[in-house]
Design a protein. Structure first.
Length: 225
């Protein structure tokens, strides 16, 4: 048997990855939010909604990625709790956007994972160009959806079958909540708090975070014509 000090970094990484994939990420009895992370994700796309959703009662948020250490577009790194080598039962799958989505739309392995993970998720919430990652599958077909308006032409060109909304801060259709660019995800997250727990809880979190909430999904100052 090799001593711990004799294990090579490659073996350590492999062992760590296998361990992460095998673990059940959530505690029993929690509202389970699984957030996808990938290199060059947009920080506010992820951390804005996480800030709001994380204040809900009895909520647990876990990060899932293709590897353990993920670098945001702005530079800071996060550590994934579990890996995309497996799928997980969750109440809400959160998908941020960012420049990393430009290359990920060609990732066939991620595409297959998303289809399987959406099936295991009660609801799905995309922010900004995170909607592009769903658009490369068929799960949004015939659903109303929106995305970052500065990337609207690109995202909508990926799939003509969703009912794209050029003017919407966010859209909720079926199990899918899709939102516009960057800060719109934080507004949509507070909508989700309201959807689950009522307006008083959403207002409590708004006040707690001193955030000026745009609570009207039709108030979209960046709409495209």
């Amino acid at each position: 048997m090799l001593a711990a000090s004799a294990i090579t970094p490659a073996v350590q990484a492999k062992t760590s990855s296998q361990s992460l994939a095998a673990e059940t990420p959530f505690s029993a009895g929690k509202y389970r939010i699984l957030a996808l992370v990938f290199d060059d994700y947009e920080t506010l796309d992820l951390h804005g909604p996480v800030e709001m959703l994380g204040h809900m009662p009895n909520t647990e948020i876990k990060l899932v990625g293709a590897k353990e250490i993920i670098k945001s577009y702005q530079g800071p790194r996060v550590v994934a709790d579990c890996l995309t080598t497996d799928t997980y039962d969750c109440d809400l799958l959160l998908i941020p956007g960012g420049l990393g989505t430009r290359s990920l739309i060609n990732d066939l392995q991620l595409r297959q994972w998303l289809v399987e993970q959406v099936n295991r998720s009660q609801s799905v919430f995309t922010i900004c160009t995170g909607t592009a990652l769903l658009a490369m599958t068929s799960v949004l077909n015939n659903r109303k959806a929106t995305t970052n308006k500065m990337a609207y032409e690109w995202v909508t060109s990926l799939n003509a079958n969703p009912k794209w909304q050029p003017k919407a801060r966010w859209v909720f259709d079926g199990k899918f909540l899709t939102s516009s660019g960057v800060s719109a995800g934080t507004d949509a997250a507070l909508f989700w708090v309201k959807h689950l727990h009522g307006e008083a809880e959403a207002k409590r979190i708004q006040t707690l975070t001193e955030y000026q909430w745009n609570d009207d999904p039709n108030n979209d100052p960046y709409a495209v014509s």
